[in-house]
Design a protein around this ligand. Structure first.
Ligand SMILES: Nc1nc2c(ncn2[C@@H]2O[C@H](COP(=O)(O)OP(=O)(O)OP(=O)(O)O)[C@@H](O)[C@H]2O)c(=O)[nH]1
Ligand SMILES: [Mg+2]
Ligand SMILES: [Zn+2]
Length: 301
């Protein structure tokens, strides 16, 4: 060993760990190199990206019970709006924002629906997009996660079970509430009750009348309307007849709510599979997908 050798000290590297990076969703501190927030599991890329931008991103949520069609809807919406020359064009920020679109379109192109969203928040897909709206000078920054319906209902039944859901829904400026029209049409009361639970949870999140959910825009979207044309004709009337609890809640507690109907698939058939019967879309015929989102975005001046 040479006693005169100069060894560089690496301990200065530890200094950067002393400065905490706040998570964009829950605000808690994390190390500068964390990939996901250790408190709520939201990607830390959201915090790093928003620090570099002048405009603060708007957070929009897509809520609904398990199997309501959130993943299919969001994946198709992202795909439709990523094409140029439209009233609203979305441009992904960060490769992670494209995963949901990629997985959904890959499944649909093979005549399959995408897999169920896992309940663990660290496995959710987050979408961070830059939105160019025709006739508008400034672009908008939007953040939308694809949350699992089971996790949403677990948080509602046991508040604080999923801190990321509570933190996100508290800070959101608007929401799309997806409701399974096919199940409602079959007289499934659970769908109505679960959506009423979601609305009650939202309205109790913030007491302030002006800032609370009663004053935030809410697009109620009847999904799978391709399976019951009734929904497309007049979504509000469909709500009044098939989901009276939801309709009443919206009228009384959500001043800025509007009803829509959407469908992604055309004809669907059941295919026998090892696990039993599997619903297979023979054709993809998106209808009414963009309208609720355009309305929601138009609510932010
Ligand atoms: N006919 C028809 N079926 C649909 C449509 N969208 C979804 N589905 C059916 O509904 C199922 C659930 O859709 P998802 O998008 O995975 O539902 P989700 O709300 O993300 O469910 P979780 O991930 O459990 O919260 C799909 O596997 C399809 O069988 C649609 O537009 N039309
Ligand atoms: Mg899903
Ligand atoms: Zn967090």
């Amino acid at each position: 060993m040479n006693p005169n050798a100069v060894l560089p000290l690496d301990s200065y590297r530890l200094a950067q760990y002393a400065v905490q990076a706040p998570c964009y969703i829950c605000g808690e501190g994390n190390t500068f190199d964390a990939e996901m927030c250790r408190h709520c599991h939201a990607p830390m890329a959201l915090a790093h990206q928003s620090k570099t931008q002048k405009v603060q991103p708007l957070m929009l949520s897509v809520v609904g019970s398990a199997g309501a069609g959130k993943t299919v809807y969001l994946g198709m919406l992202a795909d439709m709006l990523s094409r140029p020359n439209q009233d609203l064009q979305l441009l992904a920020r960060g490769a992670f924002s494209i995963t949901l679109q990629q997985a959904t379109m890959a499944a649909l192109s093979q005549c399959e629906f995408p897999a169920k969203t896992p309940s663990e928040p660290d496995r959710w897909n987050w979408m961070h997009y830059q939105a160019h709206v025709k006739g508008r000078r400034n672009t908008l920054e939007l953040i939308m996660p694809d949350m699992a319906g089971e996790a949403i209902l677990e948080e509602i039944n046991h508040p604080h079970a999923y801190p990321v859901i509570r933190a996100f829904l508290t800070r959101c400026v608007g929401a799309m509430l997806l409701v399974d029209a096919e199940r409602l049409n079959c007289g499934d009361q659970q769908q109505d009750l679960q959506t009423m639970k979601i609305l009650s949870y939202l309205s109790e999140l913030e007491n302030d009348r002006r800032r609370g959910w009663g004053n935030r825009p809410l697009a109620v979207v009847f999904t799978k309307a391709d399976q019951c044309d009734d929904g497309f004709a007049n979504p509000e009337d469909f709500a009044r007849r098939n989901s009276p609890g939801l309709w009443q809640h919206c009228r009384e507690r959500f001043r800025r709510s509007r009803f829509f109907a959407a469908g992604v698939a055309g004809t669907c058939v059941y295919r026998r599979d090892l696990g039993g019967k599997l619903l297979t879309p023979l054709r993809i015929e998106p209808r009414g997908v963009v309208e609720p989102f355009l309305w929601l975005v138009s609510q932010f001046k």
